[in-house]
Design a protein around this ligand. Structure first.
Ligand code: ACO
Length: 335
């Protein structure tokens, strides 16, 4: 049985926003049993941004989403998808509030929850909405106030995570035009959900107890191993599905979890250092916002230019991971 080729999702706008409050390694050194040297050498992170009191995920999402709409040159879309681990409230979803604040009331709007892989999952959802004709234009935002899930006294997580938001607009188009998303490869392994979890606050344990923390509990070393394995495999599958050789990849845009994870994945794929994009030193790990923030920053700085073959990948709690390809289009940068 053959089916008609579906409409492709084509990248047509991009934007990002980081909250102004900066938390440096020196700030962490001053209050935790850690050092700038330990954090830099083990993670590649020197600084990160965090939401200030009263600021939340929707505030970050509106800033990034507005910039992506401006970059696309049009202020309307048919759907809003928000990838986040930190909705403003457990119920309802945050996307409808974001859509309304962006002047997009009444459009379908919903959250996608896949932690650090959320943007890759969101790309697949957006591409599906476009392929089926349910939408011609979709605003996809990755936004995280992730530091709200972090125990400020836990040196093993406080050094890693930051907050921010990145967004893209995707429109219906042809598979062979620049910006057209290639096949999106996704995977998950719920048998290891314990490796990165927030035990309290959900339906199983609403209220924190001495045994169930309201903060992220992470087995860093195990996560590291799974991250390298699954991102490497997903990248191989995504490039193959797109008909690319790994040597064709001009830019690897990987989830900014840890510089050593990115190095291991890229080394395993044979992608040389000059083809690896990274902002982890300034931004830290912003979970589902990581990939779109990096894409927007690279587009603005000229690190990504039209015609480059780009490989995206992400991995995080769930476990959940993904990878996708696209040829970078010419995109306006909106501030
Ligand atoms: N400063 C000083 N020492 C520290 C710090 C710190 N900030 N954090 C941990 N340590 C200590 C530990 O307590 C441990 O001490 P011990 O040996 O006395 O017990 C020692 O350093 C080694 O700890 P490890 O966890 O084994 O250190 P590792 O080299 O693995 O680095 C890290 C830890 C940075 C967390 C790393 O494992 C990592 O980046 N893992 C991946 C994390 C990730 O990708 N998370 C994203 C997915 S999770 C999600 O989706 C939310």
């Amino acid at each position: 049985m053959t089916y008609p080729t579906p409409r492709a999702a084509v990248l047509t706008g991009i934007g990002s926003w980081l909250p102004p409050d900066e938390l440096t390694n020196a700030d962490l050194e001053a209050r935790l049993d850690t050092t700038d040297e330990w954090i830099r050498s083990r993670t590649g992170i020197a600084s990160r941004r965090r939401v200030s009191p009263g600021m939340s995920t929707s505030d970050l999402a509106v800033e990034a989403g507005g910039r992506a709409l401006k970059s696309s040159g049009q202020d309307s879309v048919d759907a809003v998808v928000l990838a986040t681990t930190t909705p403003d409230e457990l119920c309802p979803a945050t996307a409808p509030q974001v859509a309304t604040r962006l002047g997009l009331p009444m459009v379908p709007a919903f959250d996608v929850s896949a932690v650090c892989a959320g943007f890759l999952y969101g790309l697949s959802v957006a591409a599906g909405l476009i392929a089926t004709g349910a939408a011609d234009r979709v605003l996809l935002i990755g936004a995280e106030a992730f530091t709200t899930l972090i125990d400020p006294d836990d040196r093993s997580t406080a050094a890693i995570f930051g907050d921010g938001a990145g967004a893209v607009v995707l429109r219906a188009g042809n598979p062979d035009e620049p910006g057209a998303l290639g096949p999106v490869v996704l995977g998950s392994d719920g048998s290891r959900s314990d490796l990165a979890e927030v035990p309290a606050g959900g339906a199983r344990r609403r209220v924190p107890t001495p045994e169930a923390s309201p903060y992220l509990q992470m087995q860093g070393r195990e996560i590291f191993r799974h991250a390298v394995r699954h991102m490497t495999a997903a990248c191989r599958t995504a490039t193959e599905a797109a008909g690319w050789q790994l040597a064709d990849v001009d830019r690897l845009v990987a989830h900014q979890a840890n510089i050593r994870i990115i190095t291991s994945v890229a080394d395993g794929l044979g992608i040389p250092p000059e083809r690896r994009a990274s902002n982890i030193e300034r931004v830290g790990n912003t979970a589902g916002a990581s990939v779109p923030v990096l894409l927007a920053e690279e587009n603005a700085s000229g690190g990504l230019v039209a015609g480059q073959r780009v490989l995206l990948t992400a991995f995080g709690g769930g476990l959940a991971w993904g990878a996708a390809t696209l040829v970078w289009p010419s995109l306006a940068s909106a501030q």
